[in-house]
Design a protein around this ligand. Sequence first.
Ligand SMILES: [Zn+2]
Length: 368
Amino acid sequence: MNRWLIFFLIISVGLSASININYRSQPLSEEIRTQEIDNIEYFNIFELDKVFKALITADLLDQRLYVNIYGSQITFLLDSSYLQFMGEDYNFQYPIILQKEKYFLPITFLTDILPILFPQKITFSSNTIIADTPIDNSIKTIVLDPGHGGKDPGAVGYSKKNFEKNVALQVARKLKEKLEAALDVQVLLTRSKDEFVSLQSRTDFANKIDADLFISLHCNAHRNKQVKGIEVYYLSTAKTDEARAVEAMENSVVFDFEGGDKAVQQYNDLAFILADMAQNEHLEESYRISSYLQDNLTKQTTSYNRGVKQANFYVLRGAYMPSVLVEMGFISNKSGEQKLVSASYQKKIVNSIFESVRAFKFKYDKMR
Ligand SMILES: [Zn+2]
């Protein structure tokens, strides 16, 4: 073999074993390990997670791979060398390879394409990528809000022995445990014991910790003891008389326990304009998780499906994140009450909400 060729091979192998990443605003650096496949330098796509906090999801039915970097989505077609970004097609020369259940991209994606996709954020020269600090956009923090508490019992059961506030807290505790065990999330409760918490401080808490999702848990009640079923709400001005009635009931805490007319006025003046702005931004996501919840809850509990509804709840108004209110059943109904206080029904509720959050997280992580 020609000694120049040997020299060249040594140089190129030496250069391509890894690519360095330096971050502009941090002293940290990382590297992407590469390996040769069919004489081309490739890297495991999950290296992008490590260095860019990229969210990576595969849709095998659609033969697509989604990679979200800096809040923008790149769509790869499996087995092809093309990607789509902001409505444009880009060719990175060599196809994506699936090997031992891992996806590999050619390093041309890193060296040639990424700097074109993110010219303000990524540059490449002499085997080093210089990049802006990555953004982690996945759903990490969830606030569960057990309704009522302390001096406010919420709805009273058919037997007059059980209260909404206790069911809500029991479900919230179990749900927290399940979510934290199975998903990479931190779950916080607006109250973890039987205490009174004002509606505003519930959302203030969620805003302060910059939560990604807010779920308020409640039991429904109706003057007519026959009324039953599950309904999930997201924020907007109440659309039907029934939704208005539930809205009035859940909001009455402000009048009954938080200082009457004055407090109501304050909520109206202060919170409404802000909340409207905040919630408009998250309306689609709130609707999406409401649909997942309604679907899973009614299927798993075989409860009567009262549908996804919109209402103007104080407790959702101040939340700057996707937020929903779940009415887990009618405690004013005889069998509804028996179910709501039973461990088996609560387990079904917990599983249904868990499944919905998981589906939502998958979808939302991908989109953001
Ligand atoms: Zn309630």
